[in-house]
Design a protein around this ligand. Structure first.
Ligand code: GLU
Length: 302
């Protein structure tokens, strides 16, 4: 191939790959574990000789591995494929932080921690920190520490492509809406003013399966998560597109480890400023239709 055609050929190959990714979920049976696709994977400069008075970091240095809690069934955000390979925006954020703490990607032990067990897992020290669509709020701050917000999502509704009746949270009266135990969007949609009939499961992918199978009428959680599922099954699913809560994402860690919290806050700020954040965003979440918004810095400290 002549050189001047190489770029064009590469672009075509990329476009084809993107199409294959977007349609990947179509081939499986409803509820198959969706494919995260070929997403951006950044490489981040690994800090040397990090000395911080953080109990979690000291323990990680001793074991030679940092344990990071993440989601595994959220394409474009936090996803593990069948080989256990992780991809997505949250995964990139987690890797940037690990690098600043002195851990390269091969020194990360990923631990899948779903919504309903996050606080327990973090406070028991089962993970050193957690990056997984984790909304910062006062209730959770009683149990865990948060660095961020590094992203702002909002609860939305995912419905079947042919759905006409559900146009927003004000039209779910008497409808079956699926969400996840321990999540903020579930708490919201359970409010009597909406009149929804809820199905409460442990993983979003299970809700999506029920939606595809016709057992529920909608799935509610953050728009960023739902866009990932819709992007994988564009002929079957769509977003309503009317966010009705604010979900600022934070990195969770032990509540008393203020040194780690500050170090993680520094790290997020650094990667927002040096452009790593934007690159990661555009190569992951950006591909499922979330448009880029620069997070506000400086981040809050407490
Ligand atoms: N961001 C929301 C929450 O933290 C929903 C997403 C999730 O369950 O991780 O509850």
């Amino acid at each position: 191939m002549r050189m001047r055609n190489a770029a064009a050929a590469a672009a075509v190959a990329l476009a084809l790959a993107a199409t294959a990714t977007a349609c990947g979920g179509e081939k499986g049976t409803a509820g198959d574990k969706p494919k995260g696709g070929e997403l951006y994977e950044g490489s981040y400069t690994v800090a040397k000789d990090v000395k911080l008075d953080s109990p979690a970091l000291k323990a990680a240095q001793k074991r030679g591995k940092i344990i990071i809690g993440a989601k595994a069934d959220q394409p474009f955000l936090g996803f593990a494929d069948t080989d256990g390979k992780r991809s997505g925006f949250d995964i990139e954020i987690a890797k940037m932080i690990a690098a600043d703490l002195g851990f390269s990607a091969d020194k990360i032990t990923w631990k899948t921690v779903d919504t309903n067990v996050r606080e327990t897992s973090i406070s028991k020290g089962q993970v050193d920190y957690y990056v997984g669509t984790y909304t910062i709020n006062d209730e959770r701050k009683k149990q865990v520490g948060f660095a961020g917000p590094y992203y702002q999502a909002g609860a939305d509704l995912l419905v079947r492509k042919d759905e006409k009746g559900i146009t927003g949270p004000d039209s779910v009266k008497g409808k079956k809406v699926c969400s996840i135990v321990g999540s903020t969007p579930l708490q919201e949609i359970k409010k009597p003013k909406y009149g929804a009939e809820t199905t409460e499961l442990s993983k979003y992918s299970l809700c999506v399966k029920q939606l595809l199978d016709g057992q529920v009428d909608a799935v509610t959680t953050d728009d960023a998560i739902l866009k990932g599922y819709a992007a994988q099954r564009p002929s079957k699913l769509k977003l309503v597109g009317k966010p009705f809560t604010e979900e600022p994402y934070g990195v969770g860690m032990n509540k008393n480890d203020k040194v780690l919290r500050n170090a993680i806050t520094d790290s997020i700020e650094k990667h927002i400023k040096n452009g790593d954040y934007k690159k990661a965003y555009e190569g992951t979440l950006g591909k499922s239709g979330s448009s880029y918004v620069a997070p506000k810095t400086p981040l809050p400290r407490y």
